[in-house]
Design a protein. Structure first.
Length: 113
C-alpha cells in the first residue's frame, strides 16, 4: 500500500550524477555520534545524578529528622534500620523502606555547644 505512494515520489528524485563520488564515511557517522552524546547528556546523566543524590540522602538519615515520603506523608524518624525506618506521624507510627523517603524537610541537630 505504501509502495504505491512512495514510488512516484522516489521517481521524481534526481538520479545520481555520473562520476560523482560518495560522501566520506564520517558524514554518516558523526550525526549518530552527536545524537548519542546529546541523549546521554539530556537523559542518562541527570538520572544518574538524581540516583546518587538520593543514595546520599538515604545514608544521612538519622533519628529525629523530619521527612517527606514519596506518598506525601510527613513525619519524624524514630529509629533507623538497615533498609527501613520507623516514622511517627501526627496520628500513628509506621515502618517504611528508606527508598520511600523523598526528602528531609528538617534536620535534627543534636549538637549542643
Amino acid at each position: 500500500m505504501y509502495s504505491d505512494i512512495l514510488n512516484p515520489l522516489l521517481a521524481m528524485g534526481q538520479p545520481p550524477a555520473a562520476g560523482q563520488q560518495p560522501a566520506p564515511w564520517y558524514f554518516q557517522v558523526v550525526p549518530f555520534v552527536v545524537l548519542i552524546v546529546v541523549f546521554y547528556v539530556a537523559m542518562i546523566r541527570p538520572q544518574q545524578k538524581k540516583a546518587k543524590d538520593h543514595s546520599r540522602l538515604m545514608s544521612n538519615i538519622k533519628s529525629g529528622d523530619e521527612v517527606l515520603t514519596s506518598g506525601g506523608v510527613i513525619g519524624t524518624i524514630i529509629t533507623v534500620k538497615e533498609r527501613s525506618v520507623m516514622l511517627r506521624t501526627a496520628d500513628s507510627k509506621m515502618e517504611l523502606l528508606k527508598s520511600a523517603i523523598a526528602e528531609i524537610t528538617n534536620r535534627n541537630d543534636n549538637s549542643k555547644s
